[in-house]
Design a protein around this ligand. Structure first.
Ligand code: SME
Length: 165
C-alpha cells in the first residue's frame, strides 16, 4: 500500500510533531518488518522536517554502530560506541542535542554541510538497538521540543516493528 505524505503546517514544534507522529503511525500501519519501517521512517522525516541534510539510523552490531536505512549523502559506515555524537548517545542511552557540531569534541563529519545534530537512542526494554540521527545545515536547529517529538517517533517505530529481525 502506498501513502501520500501531507505537508505539515504547524505553528509550534509540539503541534508539528503531533501531526508528524500521526503520519508516522499511518505510514507504518500494517507492516512489521524492521528494515522496511526504518527506511519509511527516515524518508518521512526527511520529507516533512525543514532544514535537514541527513536523516537515518545506525544499528548496534556487537560493539559498533553500523549504518542502516537513511536519506542523505553517503555516510560513514561504522561508529564505535562512545565515538562521535552517535556513539555518545548510544553509550549514555540518552538523547544528545548538539547546537554546533564544530564545538562537539570527537564529532564525526560525514557531510560537511552539517552544523547541528540530534541523536535519539532506540531502546527496547533496556536493550539498545541503535540510534536515530538527524543532521541540519542550520546552527541550533534542534531543541528539547525536537527531542520530545523524536523520542515519541522512535516509540511509535519500535511498537510498530519486529525490531532487530
Ligand atoms: N555526525 C555523526 C556521524 C554520523 S553522520 O552525521 C550521518 C557523529 O558524530 O556520530
Amino acid at each position: 500500500m502506498s501513502h501520500a505524505v501531507a505537508v505539515i503546517e504547524a505553528s509550534s514544534k509540539p503541534e508539528f510533531y503531533a501531526a508528524l507522529n500521526r503520519q508516522l503511525e499511518a505510514v507504518l500501519h500494517g507492516e512489521r518488518d524492521w528494515v522496511c519501517n526504518l527506511a519509511q521512517t527516515s524518508a518521512l522525516l526527511m520529507q516533512t522536517m525543514p532544514d535537514l541534510n541527513w536523516a537515518g539510523f545506525y544499528l548496534l552490531k556487537g560493539r559498533e554502530l553500523v549504518l542502516g536505512p537513511f536519506q542523505g549523502k553517503v555516510a560513514c559506515v561504522r561508529i564505535a560506541l562512545d565515538r562521535g555524537v552517535c556513539g555518545t548517545a548510544a553509550a549514555k542511552r540518552e538523547t544528545v542535542v548538539v547546537r554546533n557540531v564544530h564545538d562537539f569534541p570527537g564529532h564525526i563529519a560525514c557531510d560537511s554541510a552539517s552544523n547541528s545534530e540530534i541523536v535519539v537512542p532506540l531502546l527496547r526494554g533496556g536493550t539498545l538497538l541503535g540510534v536515530l540521527d538527524l543532521d541540519s545545515p542550520k546552527l541550533n536547529r534542534f531543541d528539547a521540543d525536537d527531542a520530545a517529538g523524536l523520542q515519541r517517533a522512535v516509540e511509535i517505530l519500535l511498537a510498530a516493528s519486529d525490531a532487530g529481525h
